[in-house]
Design a protein around this ligand. Sequence first.
Ligand code: GNR
Ligand code: NI
Length: 166
Amino acid sequence: MSILTILHHPDPRLRQNARPVTTFDSDLQRLIEDMFETMYDAPGVGLAATQIGVDLRLAVMDCSDERTSPIVMVNPELSNFRELEKLDEGCLSVPDVQDQVPRYNRVHLKALDRQGKPFELEASGLLAQCMQHELDHLDGKLFIDHLSWLKRDRIRKKLSRKRRSD
Ligand code: GNR
Ligand code: NI
């Protein structure tokens, strides 16, 4: 297993619309293990393949306090969006930035598991929020896209100052 490098905004690879997964081979299983290791190490509650420069519709998540509920979603689809709220959010690809974005508190997930078998899940709370965040990554979107122009401009300036001092 290995810890993978997480891309940071404004890397153009974070803006790609990822391709569906079609083969569920041992390479895919290794990629999923590495993504879990990278997510738990970060630490984060989710990680999309897009964030490590892999152009596939695949994300891993674990929103449990004990970090014992790993979920893999391959080619995910969300539906039945309910209860729009504004929730605090952050992203491993946009370090040191947190802000409130509109998310649904309840969603229905249809996806494939790591073996390619279809499953469905009714999600709420942080897990539902995380699913929406990860699906955005697979569509080349970041949570800061949901913020006002003024806030995004402040973030852009903050990150370019940070890059100069790194
Ligand atoms: O670790 C993460 N925390 C988080 C908090 C609120 C909403 C979404 C997230 S996902 C984020 C990890 C990440 O960047 N996944 O893409
Ligand atoms: Ni993210």
